[in-house]
Write a protein that binds this ligand. Structure first.
Ligand SMILES: Cc1cc2nc3c(=O)[nH]c(=O)nc-3n(C[C@H](O)[C@H](O)[C@H](O)COP(=O)(O)O)c2cc1C
Ligand code: SF4
Length: 426
């Protein structure tokens, strides 16, 4: 498959404007801003079947169409570059290696939604990606590609890069908006959705880094071309991050709907050391786990939903036969207990309580009854909170115990904990 989003990832210094321009950067944006109408861009994005690549997979054109018509307030475009989902490092590649691709996408997307001000909210831990992105934005301003007369089109676009301070919850779009406004990163109750009441109370579109990076390619090659790259209802390619027990971990650009089995065994070179596959998390730590017998599945939103899990951030984590599922759950619950923003009782109390019980099991003091207690806590966290963080925190508990219960029971009854490192060691 021809590389599209990743075509410049291995080109030296592609984050510099001179190199990016040699590779065609900004030509499409210039053409669109000088010869197309915003509604033509919207129609193309709709027809392309581009789905939001930040995790939820919401159709991008449809989201843009929710903006109120004839509204007197400014419209903001906010790019979610928080990328805090464990197992995920795809946006990092765009930000660090080819930021002009995303900036060009921002220019076209802002034009399409009649926005003159865009923000990129980038996770605080991303130092090199931030430096390269900021340098790229500065160069784009110097050349007049951003600013009052973007690309000589007469259309004004300002772009501000804002650094987060290391909270996973600030990737949730409304927590991100609060953080961008200078407040605490607490998710907001929805509705109203950001397209109606978003940043500073104004209509706002929030899109992921990779989502907007697709837009120049759609406008250059056509909506039908983009749609045909993927599967019906889900166009284009996706950057899949794969980590864990594989021979060649990394970020691979592949068509939507590619087989998970093929990614593991063909792209990533199979299981490390020729060992046996035990389990896979297909879409970041929040996605429900799949057993080795379940990996013959397509990587797209609907196929994974039908398989009882989700594509999420497309962060694939592979576990071989040596992996201890109790240890996996220990780390997953530790992460969620640490990152809950604490607004909702089921999440604040549930994540901490679950982590305490799993820690007890992992340190060799578990009881068989703990397993049903954990499942009960997890079920009481689902679908009753301000944001879906609590659901995401419940899914590892439900799926690891649900699919590997015998292993948890053996760990508790046979004292396997004594053979492993102590829980407090990390
Ligand atoms: C707890 C939580 C964390 C999230 N983290 C991210 C993130 O790091 N990056 C991202 O793009 N979307 C993240 N999302 C999804 C965003 O809320 C939002 O759906 C997305 O940015 C919309 O962009 P898209 O339509 O282009 O996918 C997160 C959602 C939740 C609930
Ligand atoms: S579900 Fe958790 S993270 Fe989301 S708002 Fe409630 S307490 Fe905060």
């Amino acid at each position: 498959m021809e590389a599209i989003l990743s075509r410049n990832f291995n080109i030296s210094n592609a984050w510099k404007l001179s190199v990016a321009e040699e590779r065609g950067a900004y030509q499409t944006a210039k053409k669109v801003l000088t010869s197309s109408k915003p509604e033509e861009v919207l129609a193309a994005v709709m027809a392309s079947n581009l789905r939001g690549l930040g995790g939820a997979g919401f159709p991008t054109g449809k989201k843009w169409s929710f903006l109120p018509k004839n509204n007197p307030k400014p419209v903001y475009l906010v790019i979610n570059a928080d990328e805090g989902e464990p197992g995920t490092c795809k946006d990092r590649y765009i930000l660090e290696r080819d930021p002009h691709q995303m900036i060009e996408g921002i220019i076209i997307s802002a034009f399409a939604i009649n926005s003159h001000k865009a923000y990129v909210y980038i996770r605080g831990e991303y130092v090199r990606p931030y430096e390269n992105l900021q340098a790229a934005v500065d160069e784009a301003y110097t050349k007049g590609y951003l600013g009052k007369n973007a690309l000589g089109s007469g259309y004004a676009i300002d772009l501000v890069v804002h650094r987060g301070a290391g909270a996973y919850i600030c990737g949730e779009e409304t927590a991100l908006l609060n953080s961008l406004e200078g407040g605490r990163g607490l998710p907001r109750l929805k509705p109203p959705f950001p397209a109606i009441v978003g940043l500073f109370g104004c209509p706002t579109i929030i899109n992921n880094v990779e989502t907007v990076a697709c837009v120049p390619h759609i406008m250059k090659n056509g909506a039908e071309w983009f749609a045909a790259l993927g599967i019906p209802g889900c166009g284009g390619t996706h950057l899949f991050s794969i980590s864990g027990h594989v021979e060649k971990p990394g970020v691979y650009e592949l068509p939507m709907g590619v087989s998970l089995k093929d990614i593991i065994y063909k792209n990533a070179g199979g299981i490390l050391g020729g060992r046996q596959l035990k389990a896979v998390i297909p879409g970041g730590i929040s996605a429900k786990i799949l057993t080795a017998a379940e990996v013959d599945v397509k990587m797209d939103y609907d196929s994974l939903k039908n398989a009882g899990t989700m594509l999420g951030s497309a962060g694939i984590m592979v576990m071989d036969e040596t992996t201890c599922m109790v240890k996996m759950l220990y780390y997953a619950t530790k992460f969620f207990a640490h990152e809950s923003c604490g607004q909702c009782s089921p999440c604040r109390e549930g994540t901490g309580w679950a982590h305490k019980i799993v820690t007890r099991i992992y340190s060799g003091h578990g009881k068989i009854e703990d397993l049903d207690e954990l499942l009960r806590i997890a079920r009481n966290m689902e679908r009753r909170t301000i944001c879906v963080f609590a659901d995401a925190a419940a899914w590892p508990i439900l799926s690891y115990i649900g699919k590997f219960r015998t292993e948890f029971e053996q760990f508790i009854t046979q004292g396997k904990a004594a053979l492993l490192e102590p829980a407090g060691a990390h």
